[in-house]
Design a protein around this ligand. Structure first.
Ligand SMILES: NC(=O)c1ccc[n+]([C@@H]2O[C@H](COP(=O)([O-])OP(=O)(O)OC[C@H]3O[C@@H](n4cnc5c(N)ncnc54)[C@H](O)[C@@H]3O)[C@@H](O)[C@H]2O)c1
Length: 275
């Protein structure tokens, strides 16, 4: 018995990183999976790999900035697999060309701002909009949005991305509140630094090491860490979990700022003698 037997799932951004790991894990657990991605060729490679292992998968090219393409993606899913029960809203524009232009608020280029909101926030909203009627018809559904720890704490750059992701956290609350009576749950996964192709491309080793020094779980994340959390939220095991933003970050946001220094120097907080 698989944990997602009889479920049909769409995973956006399914051709790479976290999305790819989720597609493969969902399929192993019995789901029929739509591997949806801007990169249709790589989506087909992932879907073909799943089918080769005996799973059920359909590749679908989609740009989540385009409502018509999202509608076509949902229709293709329902036509192929007869319904839709799980939407993993995982795609975002993580390209280095995009993120490197997304700096401080003071220097914000309006095109960069609008693009981040159109893809990273409006995209998941539109995917949910078109998925909800099919989930409501089935009387069961799980929408898993993906934000980022940059939505929960600020940074010197990537302001548009972080604000869009903070909007995703709020989107989750609205969907969970409005759709619970239809049997639909909605939650957000907020990744810390996960070693996906996007991060390996964009993040120099010294920054990876620095981030790791702030992680109580002494490593960076792997795509499978997110895929397993998404599997829990997709499955009926999480049937009473809705409206939550769950950080999957090894505890990076759990501690006070002096944590890394204290760990590095093996210091403990002691009362200083009065002088
Ligand atoms: N990797 C991390 O450290 C990290 C940290 C925080 C949040 N996240 C979030 O996790 C999610 C997955 O990130 P990843 O690291 O696996 O990235 P990735 O670059 O490995 O994969 C992203 C996928 O999304 C696709 N995509 C991009 N724009 C799209 C669009 N407009 N329409 C459809 N597909 C599109 C890309 O083609 C790619 O296959 C993203 O939402 C990202 O913001 C990742």
């Amino acid at each position: 018995m698989g944990r997602l037997d009889d479920k049909v799932a769409i995973v956006t951004g399914g051709a790479s990183g976290i999305g790819r790991a989720a597609c493969e894990l969902f399929a192993q657990e019995g789901a029929a999976v739509v591997v949806a991605d801007l990169d249709a060729e790589r989506a087909e490679q992932v879907a073909a790999g799943i089918r080769k292992e005996g799973g059920r998968a359909l590749a679908q090219g989609v740009d989540i900035a385009e409502e018509a393409a999202i509608q076509a993606m949902v229709e293709a899913c329902v036509a192929e697999f007869g319904g839709l029960h799980v939407l993993f809203n995982n795609a975002a524009d993580t390209r280095i060309e995009t993120l490197s232009r997304d700096g401080s608020i003071e220097n914000m280029d309006i095109e960069v701002w609008n693009h981040a909101l159109a893809v990273d926030l409006r995209g998941p909203m539109l995917c949910a909009k078109h998925a909800i009627p099919h989930m409501a018809r089935a009387g069961i559904g799980s929408i898993i949005n993906t934000s980022s720890n940059q939505s929960l704490a600020a940074d010197l750059s990537q302001s548009a991305y972080g604000v869009a992701k903070a909007g995703v956290n709020a989107l989750t609350l609205f969907i969970a509140t409005q759709c619970g009576h239809q049997g639909i749950r909605c939650n957000t996964l907020s990744p810390g630094m996960i070693l996906t192709p996007a991060v390996k491309r964009a993040c120099p080793q010294e920054i990876q090491d620095e981030v790791r020094s702030h992680s109580p779980v002494d490593r960076l994340g792997e795509p499978e860490d997110l895929a397993r959390a998404a599997l829990f939220l997709a499955s009926d095991e999480s049937g009473y979990v809705s409206g939550q933003t769950i950080s999957v970050d090894g505890g990076q946001l759990a501690h006070l700022p002096h944590f890394a220094y204290m760990r590095r120097t093996s210091s403990t907080v002691t009362l200083q003698e009065e002088r």
